[in-house]
Design a binder for this molecule. Structure first.
Ligand SMILES: [Zn+2]
Length: 357
């Protein structure tokens, strides 16, 4: 039978000594059991909702911590069945169609341009963000309104266009070497405009906070253990069945996801294989898992900088839940405690890795 997150403590016990040592350096896992009793008038409803009374009277929760980066997740598969009071908003594709005809449908007329003009891709064009996160903040406006309509060629073109935009920024300001490409899809993913688009920001000095945090964590890890964090994490996740090496890309289903179905990619640079891997993960999530709203980030370290020696390009993609459902998927636990996760990373891996053979 395929492993589930509930099997993780047992899988760790059976790791080889080398992988066990990697585990001890990076992760901590503990299980707890939540107990309750169900009053007789609730029994019918509980059995109907959760399958059985026993499913709720004793529920196993698995808490995984990545102690290197300080990210942790609490897994309780039962929570997928919990009652939700908020009412769905209606069909997402209707909403996408209704929003057609806005400024991003005619970007050359209705979006601002950067001081250096626009970068044009085959399937997209850049715009200057009208209300910027940072001094250098561009938009990649897709020539397709529906943000869920993707292809391998399109995804590669969007990434290439973002990189070309970043190159133009470096001509303006040679110190702006830190690049972050982000793609928020649909309102549930924090996108203020439905029309398909990504964004790209460049900073100088420090990279963006989470990227700097990861760099510092990996540097501490190297200092403490004389080992590369990214290699160790990839090898360990591979041993657990949650990692794959595909061409020059390492594909990990995150064992401590920030939210549902999170996938991480590491690659030495932005290669064609990485662009294809980004497409495959997106395609998989959209068409196999039913993801609609998502966040994707591609963090690119500055080139030729000794502080960033050995730091890969890091891609993270997370499912932000059903856009038809108005309640937020992220609440106080995710912001200030540990992330609460209902989907099983082992299930995501079994499905995703079919595309990375
Ligand atoms: Zn549009």
């Amino acid at each position: 039978m395929a492993a589930t997150i509930l099997d993780l403590p047992g899988l760790v016990e059976r790791l080889s000594p080398g992988d066990r040592a990697r585990w001890e350096r990076i992760f901590d896992v503990r299980s707890s059991t939540g107990a309750l009793s169900v009053p007789p008038p609730m029994e019918g409803w509980v059995a109907n909702r959760f399958g059985s009374i026993e499913a709720v009277t004793s529920q196993q929760i698995v808490h995984v911590m990545n102690t290197v980066v300080g990210e942790g997740s609490l897994f309780n598969p039962l929570r997928a069945h919990r009652p939700l009071d908020a009412k769905p908003l209606g069909d997402v594709s209707d909403e996408v169609k209704r929003s057609s005809g806005g400024p991003f449908c005619t970007p050359l007329d209705l979006t601002p341009e950067d001081p250096f003009g626009r970068v044009k891709g085959k399937h997209c064009v850049t715009a200057s963000n009208i209300a910027k996160y940072d001094g250098l903040h561009g938009l990649i406006v897709f020539d397709e309104h529906d943000p869920l309509h993707i292809s391998s060629e399109r995804v590669a073109d969007y990434i290439d266009c973002a990189l070309a935009w970043a190159d133009r920024c470096r001509q303006l300001d040679p110190d702006a070497k830190n690049v972050l490409i982000i793609w928020n899809c649909l309102w549930k993913g924090g996108a203020s405009i439905i029309h398909g688009h990504a964004q790209v920001v460049c900073s100088k000095g420090l990279h963006y906070a989470h990227v700097e945090h990861l760099r510092a964590a990996a540097a501490r890890y190297l200092e403490a253990h004389g080992a590369d964090y990214f290699d160790d994490l990839s090898d360990l996740q591979h041993a657990l069945g949650l990692g794959r090496e595909w061409r020059d890309v390492r594909v990990l289903v995150n064992l401590t996801p920030i939210k549902e179905r999170e996938v991480i990619l590491f690659s030495p640079t932005v290669t064609d294989a990485l662009k294809e891997a980004v497409f495959r993960v997106l395609d998989h999530h959209l068409h196999k898992l039913g993801t609609r709203a998502f966040n994707l980030a591609i963090a690119i370290p500055p080139p030729d900088d000794p502080r960033w020696e050995g730091f890969p390009v890091v891609v993270r993609l997370v499912d932000r839940g059903d856009p038809a459902h108005p309640s937020s998927d992220i609440a106080a636990m995710e912001l200030y405690g540990s992330s609460i996760i209902t989907t099983d990373p082992f299930e995501v891996a079994a499905s995703l890795f079919q595309l990375f053979k």
